[in-house]
Design a protein around this ligand. Structure first.
Ligand SMILES: [Zn+2]
Length: 321
């Protein structure tokens, strides 16, 4: 498996894992609220659910380093690997743990507020219906994603951690290629092509750069150096350039293709969300809203099938070259 495929697979699994947790938490939130369970009971659930073992990440990082090392010569030079300074840092596991704690705290705070409110309500079904409809915006989407100095969108724990994980793995791959190139005294690089590349990186795909050119483009040794490629959440990987066999695939995807990929991912998350809401509405006895969600889901599944079909065609075209 290539480094790129490995990173893609890992990141996708992470977003799915967290997405599942978020949806399970939402259901528990409303089941507890319906029965007016104490904040302590909600806290017990959160403590158990968000004690996540992150050793999988360390393992993935190590495996990606191994995948990069293709030339035997590197092994004998391993000892001096750590002397090369100033590469972009890999984030520690603490970032993940902190984001999980922040989220659990937020859920608990909102739960405590809603619990105080529901006790004063005559029509509890109506009250809970409103709360289910606004839950995503009120409870989950609170992590700002900055772009060009502005808050571009609000993310939830699942998308935030998938970005964080992607950055960790992609930087591992970049750093390793960069270090190995110094040890192997080869200062030519290639930015690998991949289907559904983002608009920032399209123009660099499949091109060969010298070390100096690469540093000019990405500002690799600069702390806030993501200028063009290796922007936040970048999916590109870097290899040392050895010979023409690496040039077999020129990039064949476009910005429109990238948007399609983004659309599919967002639609999948919306489907998971609607499914959760459908169950929550059933739980509180609002069949009308549950039915509304059911109909939306049917329409969304059809749309997603269409997009996936288009993506398959694009992928096939890409791998033909
Ligand atoms: Zn990119």
């Amino acid at each position: 498996m290539s480094v790129k495929n490995r990173i893609d697979k890992e990141v996708l699994l992470t977003v799915q894992k967290y997405d599942k947790k978020l949806n399970k938490t939402e259901l528990t939130y409303f089941r507890n609220l319906l029965e007016e369970k104490s904040p302590q009971e909600m806290l017990d659930y959160l403590t158990e659910e968000y004690t996540i073992d992150h050793t999988y990440m360390i393992k993935a990082i190590e495996e990606i380093k191994q995948l990069i090392k293709k030339k035997d010569k590197i092994k004998t030079l391993e000892a001096i690997r750590d002397i090369i300074p100033n590469l972009l840092e890999i984030n520690p596991i603490e970032d993940f743990k902190r984001s999980e704690l922040d989220y659990a705290q937020r859920v608990l705070n909102k739960y405590t507020e809603d619990l105080a409110d529901i006790k004063t309500q005559k029509d509890k079904t109506q009250f809970l219906t409103t709360k289910i409809r606004t839950y995503t915006r009120r409870v989950e989407q609170y992590i700002p994603y900055f772009h060009n100095g502005f808050v571009w969108s609000m993310q939830n724990l699942a998308t935030y951690n998938s970005m964080l994980y992607n950055v960790n793995l992609t930087r591992t791959a970049w750093n390793q290629s960069y270090k190995d190139s110094i040890l192997l005294e080869n200062d030519k690089f290639i930015i690998n092509t991949h289907p559904f590349a983002c608009p920032h990186c399209l123009e660099h795909q499949g091109k060969i750069y010298t070390r100096q050119e690469l540093e000019d483009i990405v500002g690799i040794a600069v702390e806030d150096g993501a200028k063009e490629i290796l922007h936040p959440n970048c999916k590109c990987t870097l290899s040392i350039y050895w010979d023409k066999s690496q040039l077999t695939r020129q990039h064949r995807t476009t910005e429109a293709d990238y948007r399609l990929d983004q659309k599919a991912k967002s639609l999948q998350r919306q489907i998971n969300k609607r499914r959760t809401e459908k169950i929550a509405f059933q739980d509180i006895g609002n069949e009308e809203m549950a039915d509304k969600r059911r109909k939306e889901l049917t329409r969304m599944y059809a749309e997603l099938r269409g997009i996936k079909g288009q993506m398959e065609t694009i992928r096939k075209r890409f791998y033909k070259y």
